[in-house]
Design a binder for this molecule. Structure first.
Ligand SMILES: [Zn+2]
Length: 228
């Protein structure tokens, strides 16, 4: 990382007081031609910043590169040599999982059989852990508030964003935000944070304009409140 400026404060990933260095919330390794100036950055502790986060960042990049939806993307294609080198040096955890690649049948969103593809069953803990950290970082970057340590994350891969088009329009009209790093080729997202319960946020994250995740934070609390 170019900027190694240090400061003391509370880390938005683990909520602990620590010596902090600047971290790219969206993995820097996803960018092949420079990180856009407005790509979210936070100051984080060295555990989150150098150790755990960078492992999860690499894992996430490898996931996108190999993903059946993302792999045809030009950015994904230019990242592939990096992954190939890591595989050669036996550095990629993802590569181990690729060894377990298996033939899976694939269906279109409407349920039509769409042929076989090579897919991998991800132990998606690493993906959800990475996305949870990213969401904490994004939340802090865009709101200057930290998500408390004890909240839960509900993360789903979304295969068909088209079905949410109307809901997203509605949310945007009601004050949700759309943000993108640069033109949004690598990363863009929409988020909504209810004023009355700010820990219950909703995020739609877009990577490479092809791979989408929804993230809800502290969803159960909202549900419990509605029920009570
Ligand atoms: Zn931390």
């Amino acid at each position: 990382m170019a900027n190694r400026k240090k400061m003391t404060g509370v880390c938005p990933y683990c909520c602990e007081q620590a010596v902090l260095t600047r971290d790219h919330v969206i993995p820097q390794c996803l960018y092949t031609s420079g990180v856009p100036g407005n790509s979210p950055k936070v100051y984080a502790c060295s555990h989150g910043n150098n150790d755990l986060k960078s492992r999860l960042d690499t894992y996430f990049r490898d996931f996108l590169v190999l993903d059946i939806e993302g792999s045809e993307h030009p950015v994904s294609k230019s990242l592939f040599p990096k992954l190939a080198r890591a595989v050669k040096r036996k550095q990629s955890l993802m590569a181990l999982h690729v060894m377990q690649a298996q033939l899976m049948s694939r269906f279109t969103p409407s349920g039509l059989f769409a042929g076989f593809v090579y897919g991998i069953q991800l132990p998606d803990q690493s993906i959800t852990a990475g996305l949870s950290m990213m969401t904490r970082g994004l939340y802090y970057f865009y709101t200057r508030q930290m998500l408390p340590q004890n909240i839960s994350f509900t993360i789903h891969r979304q295969w068909d964003m088209q079905k949410y088009a109307t809901d997203i329009q509605l949310l945007l009209c009601k004050g949700a935000h759309y943000v993108a790093a640069g033109e949004g080729d690598v990363f863009a997202c929409m988020y909504a944070i209810p004023q009355e319960k700010p820990t219950c946020s909703l995020w739609f994250l877009s990577f490479l304009r092809k791979v989408y995740f929804s993230v809800t934070t502290d969803y159960q609390t909202l549900f419990d409140q509605a029920a009570g």
